[in-house]
Design a protein. Structure first.
Length: 124
């Protein structure tokens, strides 16, 4: 078994022993923005705070084991909001250079939403 598969198994075992409030649909257990899929031979853990779910990397899986689901969830939300802000800021600059007012307004509003999300998560 790979290291990632062992970490996923460990997180699933710890999920059974913890007291976090999980919402479940079939074989998937959701804790805020983390999805734990326990389908046999397809076990995996996903980050659902973006449009496309992505499997957690080794660092994030270790973070769940060491720090817990609450801290990892907050880390994922802040990380994704920061990436969203960077992308929207870049797209805003491109729209400004192209003098496209419609896109400029759209990306500016998205960037402001990402800034507000970061402010609320960090505690400003």
């Amino acid at each position: 078994m790979s290291r990632r598969a062992l970490l996923v198994k460990d997180v699933i075992v710890r999920k059974l022993m913890c007291e976090y409030p999980f919402f479940s649909i079939g074989n998937c257990y959701y804790y805020k923005r983390i999805c734990i899929d326990t389908t046999p031979r397809q076990e995996d853990i996903f980050d659902t705070s973006t449009d496309l779910w992505r499997p957690l990397n080794l660092h994030e899986l270790e973070m769940i084991i060491n720090e817990g689901l609450e801290k990892t969830n907050k880390y994922l939300v802040i990380k994704n909001a920061r990436i969203e802000l960077e992308e929207n800021r870049r797209d805003f600059h491109i729209a400004t250079i192209k003098r496209n007012e419609k896109d400029k307004t759209k990306y500016f509003k998205k960037a402001i939403e990402a800034v507000n999300k970061l402010r609320s998560m960090i505690g400003y």
